[in-house]
Design a protein around this ligand. Structure first.
Ligand code: SAH
Length: 499
């Protein structure tokens, strides 16, 4: 059986290691991609037997019958179901099939009959990188794919609304990570990791990043090429600069640059800071984060502000939010406004309700909702995020919101056992979804409405089933495209109590 998860297959024989947590949502784990070339319509090759990644590869001609939830083409081959990245329904293609232990890996070698939904991916690194999975589809085909995913998963609960799409589905990420290193010729390179490896793909532009962020990274790259400052080498542990993290306030225009370095001693710091500020006066704060561990985590514990206030501020839903280097903030603010707008509309607040904002992060949804509610109770596991939520609440003069640190499930069990009341529960759990402790307490607290925001409709559907079995009914489903070019889709669902 072809397994959906990473199968460790490599193109270029680098050591398989865990992929670093490159970013929170749109970059999940994907199996190795390959070049699907719709233009090459040359002669069909004879069966091709090559060694690829340790397994013998054979060429097979297959026809794609559909797409997996991760946007891979489904095709039958010798009684097996193959999952082929970059293949579209209806397409006939030659694919290279190889065995990797218990897994079968398939990649497109040549598309024989391209579908009309196929486009040339605008990003030249698309087939190596894997951060995006749908660039070979037209925007409309991507929308239809995401709509179908939600329609299918939500079938037991009702008919979803048409997906809220993004007018310009590029340049949207307000946060980017770039990794620095040396290539085989010992030249400085910077870019994103190839899938499932620590091989850096040198790139000057990622089409879903904020363009300004990439300009700043390119300036830093040029600086390294012309100075004694060295990028870090993961194998030898030598060198200084590991990563550059950039956060952009899309509304405020404020920009945070974080240099992630292997040591706290920054030789030539003054010259560097001077040159960077001269080239980019738009940078409002520069930080240094020291990460001296052999780890896949980007950020280390030690943080030092080199100039500016160490945080940026951005505006969302008419409120200001202060964002630090480490705290979670939605990465597509244009679509986040649409998502939050829907969630708050579904909450139907009249002004006197008690609202629970569960899994609240830095308090964004709860603080925006507080303007229309009686009072808001936020709960979140991450300490830094709770601190930011409290700070953000003061910053916006909000008097009717309180934030607590803890597990949302335990918190709700506690509330239920004390017999406390809530009128509306807004929940936005991580990809793994919620848990029974949380859901059973919702049932006990009996809020009139539950608004469930999710970045993983599969776990959302699982949790909805529980709520529907226990007194609630679904009264609205709204998919939102928060992560264009990737297979990820967000959805917000309104539930109401039946009695
Ligand atoms: N609603 C926020 C954050 C959503 S991301 C926003 O829109 O920005 C999900 C959040 O759930 C993260 O901040 C994560 O730290 C938090 N989380 C994860 N597990 C949790 C748990 N068991 N209890 C409470 N919060 C949790």
């Amino acid at each position: 059986m072809n397994k959906r998860k990473n199968n460790g297959y490599k193109k270029s024989g680098n050591k398989p290691r865990n992929k670093p947590n490159r970013s929170e949502k749109p970059y999940g784990k994907h199996s190795q991609g390959s070049r699907g070339d719709s233009k090459s319509k040359g002669k069909r090759n004879a069966p091709d037997k090559r060694k690829r990644g340790g397994g013998k590869a054979v060429t097979a001609e297959v026809t794609c019958s559909g797409l997996t939830a991760e946007g891979k083409g489904i095709a039958q081959w010798e009684g097996k179901e193959l999952e082929v990245p970059h293949l579209l329904p209806g397409e006939k293609a030659e694919v290279l099939v190889s065995k990797q232990g218990p897994y079968v890996n398939a990649e497109v070698k040549r598309v024989v009959t391209p579908a009309k939904e196929r486009v040339e991916p605008p990003c030249p690194y698309y087939y190596q990188c894997g951060g995006c999975q749908l660039q070979h589809m037209t925007n409309n085909a991507q929308d239809r794919f995401k709509q179908r995913t939600i329609d299918k998963l939500m079938k037991p609960f009702g008919k979803p609304q048409p997906i809220l799409t993004m007018d310009h589905p590029y340049d949207y990420r307000n946060k980017s990570h770039t990794t620095f290193g040396l290539n085989q010729n010992r030249q400085v390179i910077g870019g994103l990791y190839a899938q499932n490896s620590h091989e850096i793909i040198p790139m000057d532009r990622c089409l879903i990043h904020d363009p300004k962020a990439d300009e700043i990274v390119n300036t830093i790259k040029d600086y390294l090429k012309n100075s004694k400052m060295q990028p870090y080498n993961e194998d030898t542990g030598q060198g200084f600069l590991r990563h550059v993290l950039i956060k952009v306030g899309k509304v405020s225009g404020e920009i945070m640059v974080v240099l992630v370095t292997a040591s706290s001693e920054f030789k030539g710091k003054n010259n560097f800071v001077k040159a960077l500020r001269k080239a980019h006066p738009e940078i409002t704060t520069l930080l240094m984060n020291v990460n001296n561990k052999k780890t896949s985590m980007v950020l280390g514990d030690q943080e030092k502000v080199l100039f500016g206030k160490g945080t940026i501020t951005d505006t969302l839903g008419g409120m200001e939010f202060e964002i630090s280097a480490k705290s979670f903030y939605q990465i597509n603010p244009v679509q986040t406004e649409k998502l939050y707008g829907k969630a708050i509309e579904m909450a139907e607040l009249k002004g006197n309700e008690t609202v629970i904002d569960a899994y609240c992060g830095i308090g964004t949804i709860g603080l925006i909702a507080s303007q229309k509610a009686g009072n808001v109770i936020g709960v979140e596991l991450n300490k830094d995020a709770v601190r930011d939520a409290i700070r953000n609440s003061k910053r916006n003069g909000v008097k009717n919101a309180r934030f607590y640190q803890g597990d949302a499930g335990e918190f709700m069990v506690n509330m239920a056992s004390k017999g406390e009341k809530a009128d509306v529960v807004i929940m936005d759990p991580p990809r793994s979804g919620s848990d029974e402790a949380f859901l059973s307490s919702v049932v006990k607290l009996k809020p009139k409405r539950v608004v469930y925001v999710s970045c993983n409709p599969e776990t959302q559907a699982r949790d909805l089933k529980y709520l529907v079995k226990n007194g609630y009914q679904v009264d609205g489903i709204q998919p939102v495209d928060m992560f264009p070019q990737t297979y990820h889709v967000e959805s917000v669902v309104k539930l109401v109590r039946k009695d």
